[in-house]
Design a protein around this ligand. Structure first.
Ligand SMILES: NC(=O)c1ccc[n+]([C@@H]2O[C@H](COP(=O)([O-])OP(=O)(O)OC[C@H]3O[C@@H](n4cnc5c(N)ncnc54)[C@H](O)[C@@H]3O)[C@@H](O)[C@H]2O)c1
Length: 476
């Protein structure tokens, strides 16, 4: 079915979003832009104050403009009592970071649910779990509501699982033009209220915000309604499958290097098969970010709670770890001992268009370089200020530009495929390097800079003759 271009009036609902991180911010701003009245709640008072000043605590393309455009339907608070009693729908979007065991830490979900429960109004309110939580958590949240609500009576407060599939960097686009919306609940009223909330998305009746047009070939998203536990499982299974796809590409990339095949040609060739597809079939430094590592570990952990092994997922995790080590091996192949060598690292965020550093491959790369005695200079277009706080345990110098990072370096490792690095005048930039060695872990470079050696993933080493000798001008 094609989306209608005809705007229709949607009933505005009152929405509370608990947790204003990457998911909560995106959800709050997107729902306000659709016409709902939204209040965002966070226990981090700094975030609330920033948001009240109109500043964003995270970097996400397009978010600032949409926030500004929807300002009159948005407010921010640290006070549950001023937000929950009035809400028709309450989203829980707090973090579920991994514990050392691999299980997600559900402390924030529990605390949020308790605070919500204490402020419920006794009428039908729908509590939505958007955080990624293990199967069974929806029932547990119902129990928390029951235990902590001042006036609980069964049926008044319903819990719906509505997993989030947005990708940082394209969060708004993903939220406005989703492939599907998954709603899991045993309550028809809960499902119906969320269907009403999401109607503008389901029927695509909203006017696209400036700079974010509806894709030409976009078809209406499917509303997938399931049981609570199936919805929770869908989120984990989807992330696990995507992680698996990346690990598969990386495993084949390793073999390509052995047999002198080219992974880019191979993945293009297999991705043309519609049963396989091109997306998430990219070889590189391995997956990172706040979700894949955490969610694969959680799924394996859930299996082990039931005595059920998950060999395919375990292998995907193992391949990912090996891939991270590969970056340093490629460097050592050329520089051998790294003690005292100067290495530039381009890109810190786990992927482009975000400042999110969680489980970023660049972290492990910098840490390993430090262990091996290398001197590291980094550059990232947006994540450096964030890294000063989050990666204070790492030692490195910051460079104001990519070109400055390369000056005098024995090698450069391209860790994040920011457009800025694609567009870099590499021929020019490598001239100031002490040695023109490029470890391109994202297969970004399309042409070989002069006199350089380029290591990519899943391809044999590329040399641009006459070699990569130490260049006199580099030392100038
Ligand atoms: N980041 C993503 O790309 C993404 C995508 C899909 C799903 N998810 C899932 O969504 C959830 C949130 O992820 P995120 O990346 O937005 O996390 P985040 O860490 O960026 O944000 C979580 C926010 O919750 C706040 N918070 C914690 N406890 C609170 C409480 N009791 N009351 C109010 N606020 C509280 C924190 O201060 C923080 O601002 C996680 O379960 C994650 O797995 C994330």
């Amino acid at each position: 079915m094609q989306p209608t271009e005809q705007p229709t009036k949607t009933e505005s609902l009152k929405v509370a979003v608990v947790g204003t991180g990457y998911v909560g911010m995106g959800t709050a701003v997107m729902l306000a832009s659709l016409g709902h009245q939204v209040v965002g709640i966070d226990i981090d008072q700094n975030k609330i104050e920033m948001l009240r000043r109109g500043e964003l605590p995270i970097y996400e393309p397009g978010l600032e403009d949409l926030l500004r455009a929807s300002q009159e339907r948005l407010r921010w608070t640290g006070d549950y009592a001023s937000a929950i009693p009035d809400a028709d729908v309450i989203f829980i979007c707090v973090g579920t970071p991994p514990l050392p065991s691999g299980q997600p830490n559900l402390r924030y979900v529990a605390e949020a649910a308790q605070s919500v429960a204490r402020n419920l109004n006794g009428k039908l309110q729908v509590v939505v779990n958007k955080s990624t939580v293990p199967v069974g958590t929806g029932d547990w949240v119902s129990r928390i509501l029951e235990d902590h609500a001042l006036d609980y009576s069964a049926g008044r407060y319903v819990v719906v699982s509505n997993p989030e599939f947005l990708r940082e960097g394209t969060a708004l686009h993903d939220s406005l033009y989703p492939d599907r919306i998954v709603l899991g609940s045993s309550s028809p009223e809960g499902i119906e209220r969320l269907r009403q909330l999401y109607q503008p998305l389901l029927e695509q009746t909203f006017t696209p915000p400036e700079g974010m047009p509806r894709p030409a070939n976009y078809t209406l998203p499917e509303l997938v309604t399931t049981s609570l536990s199936s919805a929770e499982m869908i989120k984990y299974a989807a992330n696990a499958f995507l992680a698996l796809k990346i690990s598969f590409a990386n495993e084949i990339a390793g073999l390509c290097e052995c047999v002198d095949a080219d992974i880019e040609q191979v993945t293009h060739g297999i991705g043309c098969d519609q049963r396989i597809g091109h997306r998430f079939l990219s070889a590189g430094a391995g997956w990172g970010g706040s979700c894949f590592g955490k969610d694969t570990a959680a799924l394996i952990n859930t299996g082990s709670e039931y005595g059920y092994t998950m060999p395919i997922l375990r292998a995907a995790v193992e391949v990912n770890q090996r891939q991270r080590h590969l970056v340093i091996s490629k460097l050592q192949r050329h520089l051998h001992r790294l003690q005292g060598k100067r290495v530039a690292v381009l890109g810190m965020a786990f992927k482009p268009n975000t400042d999110d550093l969680r489980d970023a491959p660049a972290h492990d790369c910098i840490a390993r370089l430090m262990d091996l005695g290398a001197k590291v200079t980094v550059h990232d277009p947006v994540a450096m200020p964030h890294a000063r706080r989050e990666w204070a345990h790492l030692t490195y110098d910051e460079a104001p530009t990519a070109e400055a990072a390369l000056r005098g370096a024995d090698a450069v490792i391209l860790m994040t495929e920011w457009d800025e690095y694609r567009a870099l005048d590499w021929d020019q930039a490598v001239r100031t390097m002490r040695r023109r060695l490029i470890i391109d872990t994202r297969n970004v470079l399309q042409q070989l800079p002069q006199h350089s050696t380029v290591e990519q993933v899943g391809r044999t080493t590329l040399h641009n003759v006459p070699g990569n000798e130490v260049l006199a001008e580099a030392l100038a």
